[in-house]
Design a protein around this ligand. Sequence first.
Ligand SMILES: [Ca+2]
Length: 205
Amino acid sequence: MTNVSAHGKFRFGTRLIVLLFGLAILPVLAHAETFTGLKPASPQPDPANLKPGLAVTYYGVKVDSIRELEENMGYMDGKPGAPIPMLNYQVGAGNVLTSNSNDMVGAIIKGFIKMEQPGRYVFMVHSNDGVWVAIGDKLIYEDPDVHADRFSDEIVVEISEPGWYPIHIKYFEKKNTSTLELYWEAPGFGEMDYVPAEVFGHIGE
Ligand SMILES: [Ca+2]
């Protein structure tokens, strides 16, 4: 009897360990989602026509979500702003991106990002307030509501075709502090760092 009891106890303990291990690994698997199927710009932009940085259109709106920003865009005209050289803005209460306002700003940011080698790119987004990011016509991240500075998880992107990819970001800052940063770990670029200005471009006048 003693042996049977000990055996049963052992099996229960083993099952518990397997269950706990399973629960512990689930979030790891969730983090490992890899985005594929991003579409390079077609046709590829002629480098002779590309200006540095990303184009931006500003909207003077007080909104609580990206969806509300989109609703506002349906009946108001935005104003083009100075191009955004790179996404490295953590400006506290200062002006939002390249706008002249420190609050109530919506921004639609468009251009191209050069991923010049095939392979694995890991992005991270740091935002305050809401943000929506698509690369190669694929939504890779959104954190669409009002929030304090907050990092995304690692966003893994795999591409097989090197070149320029369209990048499209919707962003808003409601009040107080604002942040919009884009980091990557990319083939040939070493450790996680800001996506450098040299890989951004837009078609400008
Ligand atoms: Ca804010």
